[in-house]
Structures are given as structure tokens and as C-alpha cells.
Design a protein around this ligand. Structure first.
Ligand SMILES: Cc1cc2nc3c(=O)[nH]c(=O)nc-3n(C[C@H](O)[C@H](O)[C@H](O)COP(=O)(O)O)c2cc1C
Length: 343
């Protein structure tokens, strides 16, 4: 087993075990803007979550700005009793990254991740995210700046900006910066999320890591569906330490379950109800949330239940959590019947 560079990451490595006690790769839920907030992280944890979580990305410049800092508080909010996620921050100014990272320990964070892969036009215009793949010196300065916090620093990036073959030089540069974890989303910026993830490059990237930074953990990301798929990839590519799953969780909130099993409709509806309760809690006490953003989840919980199409449609017309609850109550008998028919 690889020796991590910090106690935090060693703990992550050590606690990733199969039921028989043998080591396995650690699993994480990918940082996802407007998805992986304290609400959804707790929902996924209830469904049987991964070993580690990441926050949505947070703009370092806003965190250190006297007026803007309040606007990003919700992104970094962590509930009592919730497992502490890793804070992912983004920016292009070393002073802002250093300032933001230094705020994290007081908020309870134990690790910081730098976003160097976001393909979004606004982020790139700010010379951040995947734009850093074209500006190695800035990337190096940002990693140094984040280290001023004393927190273990990791980097999440892509293979290249335009071309796949950029990865060799780019990842070598990053690996030479003495970071804890390199998370590689196996696509270029240009490929966005459209092309298939380049699993064929995993062994080459493991070799780069072994050559330049044997104690940096390597986490792979892109198109990995669930726990079983992650284990298969790790077995096929020795040297991979971690598996990060993003959209797989939006397909199936149980994606991190170790045993694949069909979950009942009532289990799914219970998760939805839990999410509604957490939404209200956060909306009332931490930060206002957009109800519309909740709608992307309705289809997840009702997926695979053919009879639920009408209910799904009705849910899409709602405007408040109480309306959703009322609709679910109204359909309670139907839900029980659908579940029986499904068996
Ligand atoms: C809705 C959404 C929001 C995302 N937000 C972030 C983010 O804030 N930070 C980040 O590093 N990546 C972000 N990503 C990229 C994911 O972390 C991940 O790299 C990508 O989805 C590929 O993994 P997947 O195929 O498992 O989804 C986002 C992806 C999605 C779909």
C-alpha cells in the first residue's frame, strides 16, 4: 500500500478496506457545482456514501473579499455530524488562494483541493480552472500559495487543454510540486464531458506518477459508473489509489454501495423526502437555495419505475417543498401499488 504524504490522506488510504479487511482504493464523490452541497452530500451518505466527499468549487477571490465572502458561505457550509468534506477552491491569484486556504482550518476543513480542470468559459476568462493547463507557472505558484495554509494540498485537473498528448508535460509539472493527490479527469478541456474518458492512458499516468512522485496518490475520474466499476478499473490498472465518481451518483444515488442491489421505490422516496427536509433546513438557516435546482433530483429517485412518469411530471410543476410532499402523500397508495407491480 502506498504511503501517503500526510496523516489526513494516510487515514483515507488506511480506512479504505473491503469487508474482509483487505485494502481497496478509496472512493470519493466528485466536486459538483450546485450539486455536492451539504444537502446532497448527506443524502448520498444516507444512501451508502463514498469514503470522502468534496465541496462544490468555491471562488478563492470571493472568500477573501470583504463583501463577497458572505455569498460563498453556503458552499462551504458543513452540517453538525456530517463527515468533513475536502474544500475545493479555484482562482488564479496566489494571494487569494493563500488567503482562502488559510480560512479553511477555522471552518473545520482538514484538506484543500485546487481546481485546475473547470472548462467553464467564465472561469477560464478569470485565468483559472483548465486555463492553468496553459499556464504552468501560475499553477505552480497557486500550489505553493495553498500550502501556506498548512493543509494537505491536492489538485484536480484534466489531461490537457486542447490535446490529449499535453498530459505528459502538464502532469509531470504538477507531480513535481509535492502534492498529496493528483485527481485526473481523463479528458481534455476541449472534450468537455462529451468524448469517452481516456481509460487507455491510465497506465501511462501511473508510470508518470511512479517516476516523478511515488508518494503522491493518484485518483482517476471520468465515466466511472459505480463502486463495482471503480474496483474493476483499479484492478485492471495497478497503482491507481482512488476512484472519483461524479455523474454516476446523479444516475444512481446508491452508486457507492458495495453490494449491487435493486432498491425499492419506497427507499428511493424516503431519500427524496430526506432531501426535502435538508433543503428546508439549509434554506431556512444557512443560505437561500433555488427550488428549481431540486428538480434535477426528482427523476433520479423515480428512475426505473415506469408507472411513475405522471408523478414525475407533476413534481416538475411544483414550486415548493410542501407541494412536493403533498404530491407524494397524494400518491402514497399508487407508490405502494407500483412497488408491488415492480417486484
Ligand atoms: C453538474 C456538475 C458540476 C461540476 N462541478 C465541478 C466543480 O465544482 N469542480 C470540479 O472540479 N469539477 C466539477 N465537475 C466535474 C466533475 O467533478 C467530474 O470531473 C466530471 O463530471 C467527470 O466525472 P464523471 O464522469 O464521474 O461525472 C462538475 C460536473 C458536473 C456534472
Amino acid at each position: 500500500m502506498r504511503q501517503a504524504k500526510s496523516a489526513y490522506w494516510q487515514k483515507v488510504v488506511d480506512s479504505a478496506k473491503n469487508s474482509d479487511g483487505t485494502p481497496r482504493p478509496f472512493f470519493s464523490m466528485a466536486p459538483m457545482e450546485a450539486v455536492t452541497d451539504t444537502i446532497f452530500r448527506r443524502v448520498v451518505a444516507k444512501a451508502g456514501g463514498p469514503d470522502i466527499y468534496y465541496t462544490e468549487f468555491t471562488n478563492a477571490a470571493s472568500m477573501v473579499h470583504p463583501e463577497a465572502k458572505f455569498s460563498v458561505q453556503g458552499r462551504l457550509a458543513v452540517a453538525d455530524g456530517e463527515e468533513m468534506p475536502i474544500a475545493q477552491i479555484w482562482g488564479s491569484k496566489p494571494e487569494a488562494i493563500a488567503g482562502a486556504a488559510k480560512l479553511l482550518p477555522d471552518l473545520g476543513y482538514e484538506a484543500v483541493d485546487l481546481n485546475m480542470g473547470c472548462p467553464d468559459g467564465t472561469v477560464i476568462k478569470n485565468s483559472a480552472g483548465s486555463d492553468l493547463i496553459r499556464h504552468h507557472d501560475t499553477a505552480i505558484a497557486l500550489i505553493e500559495a495553498a500550502k501556506e495554509s498548512g493543509l494537505p494540498v491536492s489538485v484536480k485537473t484534466r489531461l490537457g487543454f486542447y490535446r490529449i498528448d499535453e498530459y505528459e508535460e502538464w502532469l509531470t509539472t504538477i507531480l513535481e510540486q509535492d502534492i498529496q493527490v493528483l485527481t485526473i479527469h481523463l479528458r481534455t478541456r476541449k472534450e468537455m464531458s462529451k468524448a469517452d474518458a481516456h481509460f487507455e492512458l491510465i497506465d501511462d499516468i501511473v508510470a508518470l506518477r511512479d517516476k516523478y512522485a511515488p508518494n503522491t496518490l493518484l485518483q482517476i475520474n471520468g465515466d466511472i459508473k459505480n463502486f463495482k466499476h471503480g474496483l474493476e478499473l483499479a484492478a485492471a490498472h495497478p497503482g491507481v489509489d482512488g476512484i472519483m465518481i461524479g455523474r454516476g451518483v446523479l444516475e444512481d444515488p446508491y452508486a457507492f454501495n458495495h453490494e449491487e442491489k435493486k432498491h425499492s421505490l419506497s427507499e428511493s422516496i424516503d431519500l427524496l423526502k430526506y432531501q426535502l427536509d435538508l433543503y428546508d433546513e439549509v434554506n431556512n438557516s444557512v443560505t437561500p437555495k433555488h427550488f428549481e435546482a431540486l428538480k434535477r433530483y426528482f427523476k433520479i429517485y423515480l428512475r426505473g419505475f415506469a408507472h411513475a412518469a405522471k408523478l414525475r411530471q407533476a413534481l416538475m410543476e411544483t414550486h415548493a417543498t410542501d407541494e412536493v410532499r403533498a404530491l407524494l402523500a397524494e400518491h402514497e397508495d399508487d407508490l405502494v401499488r407500483w412497488e408491488k407491480e415492480q417486484r
